[in-house]
Design a protein around this ligand. Structure first.
Ligand code: ATP
Length: 244
C-alpha cells in the first residue's frame, strides 16, 4: 500500500446469514482527506464503516488501515469511530463526557488527557453549556459533543457515521465546518457516511457512491459531475442507478 493511502478496501463482501449486504466494495482513501460514503438507506454504508473500524471482523476481501488490518489499527488507537446512534452520557456534564473518553485514549497520560479535553472543548464550542449535564442539551449540541469526543483524541482515522443526520441547517453547517477544519488543520483522515449527497459534494475531497452493496461510482465530486454531465451528486446518483 502506498505511503499516501490511509485506507484500502478491495473486493469487500459481507453476508448476514443468507443475505449479501456487501456484494463488492472497492475504494481507497488518501491520507488527510475527507472521504464520503454516500447512498440510500440499506445500501451498505454502516456495514462498510464497521468493517473499517474493526468492529465487524468476519468478511471476505482485503481491508487495510495504515497498512494494518482494521483490528490491529483499532488496537493501536489509530481509529476513532462515531456510530450513527452515538449519544453522550446524560448524567455527566459535557466536560465530564470529554474527560471520560480522553482517559480511554490517553492510557493514563495525564498531560495528554488535559490536551484532549482542551481540544474537545474547542471543537464542541458549546460555551458554558459544556459545564452542564448533557440531558439539558439540544440534539445539535449533543452531536457536536460527540463529534468533539471522536476528533479530540487526534486519531489517524476518524470514522463518522451520518454525522449530520437529523440536525437543523445551522447545526449541520457547524458540524460540517468542524469536520473539514480538523482534516485540514491536523491532517486527520476522515471517512463519513451520509444520505445527503449535496452536503457531501461540498465537504468531501472524494466520494464513493454505494447502492445495493456495490460501489457504483467513485472520484472527486467535481470529476463525477463533469464526467456524467450533471449539475450535482444527486443527479449523478440517479443517472448512474438508472443506467445500471
Ligand atoms: N446485523 C445485521 N444482520 C442482518 N442484516 C443486517 C445487519 N446489519 C445490516 N444488515 C443489512 O445489511 C444491509 C446494509 O445495511 P447498512 O446498515 O450497512 O446500510 P446503510 O447504507 O448504512 O443504511 P442507512 O442509511 O439506513 O443507515 C441492510 O439491508 C441491512 O438490513
Amino acid at each position: 500500500m502506498s505511503e499516501e493511502i490511509a485506507v484500502s478496501v478491495i473486493n469487500l463482501k459481507k453476508r448476514f446469514g443468507n443475505f449479501e449486504a456487501l456484494k463488492n466494495i472497492t475504494f481507497t482513501v488518501k491520507k488527510g482527506e475527507v472521504f464520503g460514503l454516500i447512498g440510500p438507506n440499506g445500501a451498505g454504508k454502516t456495514t462498510t464503516l464497521r468493517v473499517i473500524a474493526g468492529i465487524i471482523r468476519k468478511y471476505e476481501g482485503k481491508v487495510e488501515v495504515f497498512n494494518l488490518s482494521p483490528v490491529e489499527a483499532k488496537n493501536k488507537g489509530y481509529i476513532s469511530y462515531m456510530p450513527e446512534d452515538a449519544f453522550p452520557y446524560e448524567k455527566l456534564t459535557g466536560i465530564e463526557n470529554l474527560r471520560f473518553f480522553a482517559e480511554l485514549y490517553a492510557s493514563g497520560d495525564k498531560k495528554k488527557i488535559e490536551e484532549f479535553v482542551e481540544l474537545g472543548i474547542k471543537i464542541a464550542n458549546l460555551g458554558d453549556k459544556i459545564y452542564e449535564q448533557t440531558s439539558t442539551y439540544s440534539r445539535g449540541m449533543k452531536r457536536r459533543l460527540i463529534i468533539a469526543r471522536t476528533l479530540m483524541v487526534m486519531p489517524k482515522l476518524a470514522i463518522l457515521d451520518e454525522p449530520t443526520s437529523a440536525l437543523d441547517v445551522e447545526s449541520a453547517v457547524r458540524v460540517r465546518n468542524i469536520i473539514v477544519d480538523m482534516a485540514k488543520k491536523y491532517g486527520i483522515t476522515i471517512i463519513l457516511s451520509s444520505h445527503n449527497m449535496l452536503e457531501v459534494q461540498y465537504m468531501c475531497d472524494n466520494v464513493a457512491m454505494v447502492n445495493d452493496g456495490k460501489i457504483v461510482i467513485t472520484g472527486s465530486p467535481k470529476n463525477i459531475i463533469n464526467t456524467l454531465r450533471v449539475s450535482n451528486l444527486e443527479e449523478a446518483f440517479i443517472k448512474v442507478i438508472s443506467n445500471a
